[in-house]
Design a binder for this molecule. Sequence first.
Ligand SMILES: Cc1cc2nc3c(=O)[nH]c(=O)nc-3n(C[C@H](O)[C@H](O)[C@H](O)COP(=O)(O)OP(=O)(O)OC[C@H]3O[C@@H](n4cnc5c(N)ncnc54)[C@H](O)[C@@H]3O)c2cc1C
Length: 502
Amino acid sequence: MNHIAATTQSAPTQAATEHFDVLIVGAGISGIGGAWHLTHQRPGTRFVVLEAQDSFGGTWWTHRYPGIRSDSDLYTFGYRFKPWTSAPIATAAEIRSYLGEVIDENGLTDHIRYHHKIVAARWSTPDATWTIEAIRSDTGDKIWFTAGFLWMCQGYYRHDEGYTPDWPGMAEFQGRIIHPQSWPEDLDYEAKRVVVIGSGATAATLIPAMAETAGHITMLQRSPTFFRTGRNAIQLADELRDLDVDETWIHEIVRRRIMRDSDIFTRRTFTEPDKTREELLSGVRQHLGPDFDISPHFTPSYRPWRQRIAYVPDGDLFRAIRSGKASVVTDEIERFDEAGIVLKSGARLDADIIVTATGFHLSVLGDIAFFIDDAPLAFGDTVTYRGMMFTGVPNMVWVFGYLRAAWTLRADLVSDFVCRLLGHMQQKQARLVVPQLRPEDEGMALLPWIDPESFNPGYLMRGLHMLPKRGDKPEWQHNQDHWVEKDALPAIDLDDPAFRYG
Ligand SMILES: Cc1cc2nc3c(=O)[nH]c(=O)nc-3n(C[C@H](O)[C@H](O)[C@H](O)COP(=O)(O)OP(=O)(O)OC[C@H]3O[C@@H](n4cnc5c(N)ncnc54)[C@H](O)[C@@H]3O)c2cc1C
């Protein structure tokens, strides 16, 4: 673990720092997208992207486990401005190469500084400026920047360490315990007995990839997950390509088709939960064959989309199970011992390697210590403005993408909002903008950031108390519906009293 605490020492003098109009935190898909939008929608803006790691890609650089791939199609997980031209489900390497092209084709390299872990951000109202304190991970030096606007593209989880529950007896286990987020380059699993704890997208990716060489691999889950299956191809895209249609058009047409279809399906999971559940289960049944009883392992008790639905391209997870190289156990862990895992049912799973695909540590605002005019920011006490800005926090926007659709669909929309807001501030000659509750919002019920009835992944539930509150009006909610936001965000009235300028 590599936690660098923010110092309490006060910020340096202005002379010791470099100043930028906009400072972007993180060079993942959101930060690189933000940089593209700034250069195209706000040319001339002085900006920098600070990234803690030694290269770009964020999620797609951090995760190196076997088979690592997207779960969304890249027509919608890719940017709206750069066509995706390959199979829709992509490997991390393919996604990085796409992001690398965006950097190279748009001269973004000089704007990105790697090895810069931001540890503190201090807002000063008199100066209308953020002072950013970073630590260089390569030299250990402390370094400061000032910026007029802070664009938080730091994702939602800690990149240096995954979440592993603390089970009794873990220290006794004689084999290796590995979290997929910290995959050892030298891990040899040939002919080994592997247990993967968890059944989300990571497990669904890892298992078919490892099954090829592992002795046997067991997916151990507490409860079943929904999976979608299908070919790793989009017929419409292939047909348009056959007709020599321009890639820019193909990208846009296929995006629209996917967005419409996924919107229809998501709505149906609310209005027709039984029917959509049956459709998902029948996809699994088709792959596992009539003799496989799917009831204990593949029939979740919740309605579809309360947790992310993992996509299994070409049914590869189910093929591994059908071949006998992989199997599923639905049970709970009692404890670990020297040889493996003892289950609550009394059964046991012996293993050489245990992979804990058990999720993330939520990282609220990149684990950066925030201060507003010297007072520590209690983020959990703020109210979110449409999941992008926060009451009492000036000149700052946070990118948090969709949970039920591709993240980048929202990152592009938030980028448009930031660029429009910066233009509006320039027109008004305002140095600061801060969201505030309006008179009509007085006494508004404040609720947890996300409704656990609607979506409840473990990392969000564990960290809900650290996240801003939402209200009961659209302005003060983090709407997760792309179909609504694609029209609502561009239509935001920047002169609404929810924004105070100064
Ligand atoms: C294995 C995996 C697969 C996924 N697949 C999909 C998918 O198919 N579709 C989908 O929609 N979503 C998916 N997600 C969610 C995914 O994280 C997002 O979609 C997307 O990649 C997030 O991009 P981002 O740039 O916002 O954040 P990240 O990818 O998390 O990148 C944030 C960057 O900010 C940097 N950073 C953080 N804090 C600091 C700091 N204090 N100082 C400096 N730099 C900092 C990090 O080092 C990192 O490089 C997946 C997540 C995981 C873990």
